[in-house]
Design a binder for this molecule. Structure first.
Ligand code: AMP
Ligand code: MG
Length: 318
């Protein structure tokens, strides 16, 4: 599942997608983490349509994507820690939550009315080419219906959003397969708001100790409820399937016939396969999906965060 065609959209297709974005349209595009659904961050109507197409609660803010550190510097004040993190990890799967310039052209609904802004420079060549061509800040949440499994392939976007988006750029499977790590630099203490593709230790090597995660369920807007969820229920830390269950293995101890996130026990491979595996097993013949334990270190921290949210009680199904 990790191998993917290296072919992507040609320059003309990217230029057309950039024109669609400039015109206020919605374009799904590949990033190294998952596929994003882009809209102009400076256009109220485009952002309203983005929330509507995703079914995203208005209180859950969006990440703004730009092509370069210079473009990001125009959106928010970068203090020393922000500059150091940008230098270390951009382009790449790190999102910084910063104060926003009050005069920023980014419309307030992008940040769900908060006085802050989440920003990142992705490293995927197609994402960078598109952002360079469009030359505007682009809000781009994951290109899935709110609360559902994030797409790591163009087919996943098509299945979830289909005709509701104006274009989908297809560049095969996302290499990382997990969302960016979201770091807040709003207070004196930096904090991780969402575990992700960059490990806590790597961030601490650049800016020193991070504040411990808040004990409550929701420490970032929209992070408290069920999320990343397939239609079928998930059973975590399963050693073997029960009757009627699909089984998702990890490592050499998994049954041979089971779908395996990584037969060798490699966490990066497991991350890359996670969402596509959940989508593949989300089939009517199964009552639930049982998932083997994933070690809680390195990328396993973010994988387990996603699995716990996918297994959480569904509530309003958002
Ligand atoms: P996604 O929809 O997958 O792109 O997720 C975006 C994540 O970034 C969510 O967890 C949001 O809560 C978080 N986020 C975006 N903007 C902000 C912000 N201004 N303050 C705190 N978290 C944010
Ligand atoms: Mg998402």
């Amino acid at each position: 599942m990790r191998s993917s065609p290296t072919t992507g959209p040609d320059a003309e297709t990217i230029a057309r997608a950039a024109r669609t974005l400039r015109g206020g349209g919605l374009v799904a595009f590949p990033t190294e983490t998952v596929y994003g659904l882009g809209a102009r961050a400076d256009a109220t109507t485009a952002i309203a349509r983005l929330y509507a197409v995703k079914g995203r609660p208005a209180a859950n803010p969006l990440i703004v994507h730009v092509a370069s550190v210079d473009a990001a510097l125009r959106l928010a004040p970068f203090e020393a820690r922000a500059r150091d993190l940008a230098a270390a990890f951009w382009p790449g799967p790190l999102t910084l939550v910063l104060p926003r310039f009050p005069a920023s052209e980014v419309v307030p609904t992008v940040s769900a009315g908060l006085p802050s802004l989440a920003v990142r420079v992705p490293s995927h060549p197609v994402a960078l080419a598109l952002l360079t061509k469009v030359d505007l800040p682009i809000a781009a949440p994951s290109a899935n219906r709110s609360g559902r499994v994030s797409p790591t392939r163009a087919e996943h976007v098509k299945a979830q959003l289909g005709e509701r988006v104006d274009a989908i750029l297809d560049a095969g499977a996302s290499a990382i397969g997990l969302e960016s790590t979201v770091v807040s630099l709003l207070g004196a203490d930096a904090a991780i708001l969402r575990e992700g593709a960059i490990e806590r230790a790597a961030i601490e090597r650049v800016i020193g100790p991070l504040r411990a995660a808040a004990p409550g369920p929701a420490h970032a807007p929209g992070m408290g409820q069920s999320h990343y969820a397939p239609t079928r229920k998930l059973r975590l830390n399963a050693e073997a399937p029960r009757p009627g269950e699909a089984f998702l293995g990890f490592g050499p101890g998994a049954p041979n016939e089971a779908l395996n996130l990584s037969p060798s026990g490699d966490l990066a491979e497991a991350a890359a396969n996670l969402y596509a595996s959940l989508i593949a097993l989300d089939r009517p013949e199964y009552e639930a999906i049982a998932v083997m334990p994933i070690p809680e270190h390195g990328l396993g921290v973010a994988i387990n965060d996603r699995l716990r949210r996918a297994a959480a009680p569904r509530g309003d199904g958002a």
